[in-house]
Ligand binder design. Structure first.
Ligand code: ADP
Length: 433
């Protein structure tokens, strides 16, 4: 009201008073003329202010209107404050949107927002990777047109369900996806995808492992069970046959015992992050025990040599190192025909310590080498069994190498022999001064 009196009624009253005074002095015509002139000036000023407001509004320059005084100055000020507030709100929204987009981009799960006609509205980079879509090019495209799996189309059309759809061999590769559709508004649905390739692989490995263990145990159990049945129900056996049968039963039970022992060792190694009871283990002491072990197994059928015995020590678990190196020596004896040569060596290479077992045995075809440390992987199953193998030896070596920050290196040539090297990093070696 104060503003109205100050800026509108005030000038009007002044103009009126002046015009009345002029009419009294110079006649009513002059009074009317003066009043009309003042009112025309007021109207001209207001329309100029309106034009300025329009221009500033178009240019988003409301701050410039501050200099104008009076009611118009106030109108400009209010509009300027409203505009500022709207700008701040917009900035906050922009920041929230950016945060949301960054979070969406960092999500390992794929997210696609689709409209009721299954057209893409937005997706994150994981979804682009999973489904082979590109947001810039495919926005507005139908998702079922881009992903041509019949079960995918049916899943999108079906009523929402808690059960995800599992898509295998997506885009012709070996990618497996778990897909779920989450409706969150009548206008949009969200499709969430998870890469389950590794989970499926792990499950396959687990299933293979159970099948392998069952198979490995079933064979000796069938042999022993068969003999027991024959001895219980058949004719009594003569002493020589009985002896032969008992020897076979002993071999088979020994095989089962070894298998169970190695399975327990592997399971213990896999459940531990590192080797327990680490201490400096002298290489010379290890070598001595390994040569003894090799000679016992070889029964003098191989030429066994040792080179590079020194005063180095390896920081680690003595029992684990002996088990890993022992497995390599045992394999060398088992896969080298009588008369062959086996050499154990320790050398330093670029600060690393390298324990190697070289043999002149049957060797390995290159295609098998990358898979040798898989549980139960064997080049020749029958030969491995014949020599008392379980197929777990190198898997155990690999686990022990991991406990010691080390790696297993295999060089081999079919028919010529192999070298298995256990490379220990510098920080695990203690050398004499
Ligand atoms: P296994 O108990 O069958 O020997 P390992 O895990 O110790 O199991 O070895 C896996 C496979 O690697 C063996 O079955 C064999 O085919 C191959 N292998 C290991 N060491 C040697 C070697 N020194 N010479 C040739 N083949 C080897």
């Amino acid at each position: 009201m104060k503003q109205f009196i100050k800026y509108t009624l005030g000038p009007l009253f002044l103009a009126l008073s002046f015009s009345v005074l002029l009419s009294l002095v110079a006649g009513w015509v002059w009074g009317v003329v003066a009043f009309s002139l003042v009112m025309t000036g007021v109207a001209a000023r207001d329309s100029w202010q309106l034009l300025t407001l329009n221009r500033l509004l178009q240019r988003h320059q409301m701050s410039a209107g501050h200099q104008l005084g009076g009611t118009w100055g106030q109108v400009f000020g209010q509009l300027y404050r409203l505009e500022k507030h709207a700008e701040q709100t917009q900035q906050k929204l922009r920041e929230s949107l950016e945060r949301f987009q960054h979070a969406g981009a960092a999500l390992p799960s794929g997210v696609v927002v689709i409209d009721p006609a299954e057209r893409i509205r937005w997706c994150n980079p994981s979804a682009e990777r999973h489904l082979g879509i590109h947001l810039h090019e495919d926005r507005g495209q139908s998702l079922t047109y881009l992903i041509r799996h019949p079960e995918f189309g049916a899943y999108l059309k079906a009523p929402p369900s808690d059960r995800p759809l599992i898509l295998r061999k997506v885009r012709g590769g070996d990618l497996s996806l778990s897909i779920q559709v989450v409706p969150y508004s009548p206008e949009e649905r969200m499709l969430v995808s998870h890469d389950i390739t590794q989970v499926e692989r792990d499950e396959q490995v687990r299933q293979d492992f159970v099948a392998n263990v069952s198979h490995e145990l079933r064979t000796p159990l069938t042999v022993v069970g068969g003999f027991i049945e024959t001895m219980l129900e058949g004719e009594p056996l003569d002493a020589a046959t009985q002896h032969r049968v008992l020897i076979t039963m002993q071999t088979q039970t020994e095989r089962m015992r070894r298998l169970v022992e190695e399975l327990l060792t592997l399971s213990r190694l896999e459940s531990q992050q590192s080797a327990p009871d680490e201490a400096p283990v002298p290489v010379s002491a290890l070598m001595q025990q390994l040569v003894q072990m090799g000679r016992q197994l070889s029964h003098g059928q191989h030429e066994l040599e040792v080179t590079g015995v020194c005063e180095d020590s390896i920081i680690g678990s003595e029992s684990e190192l002996l088990s890993a190196f022992g497995n390599l020596v045992t394999n060398a004896v088992r896969y080298t025909p009588p008369g062959g040569r086996i050499m154990l060596s320790w050398k330093r290479e670029r600060n690393e310590g390298v324990f190697s077992v070289l043999d002149s045995g049957i060797g390995i075809h290159p295609e098998h080498i990358p898979r040798l440390t898989e549980r139960f992987y064997r080049v020749d199953r029958a030969r491995s069994r014949e020599t008392g193998g379980t197929g777990l030896g190198l898997a155990i070596v690999k686990q022990i190498a991991m406990h010691h920050d080390s790696r297993l290196e295999i060089f081999s040539e079919s028919g010529k022999g192999s070298t298995f090297s256990f490379r220990v990093p510098a920080h695990r070696i203690v050398a004499p001064n």
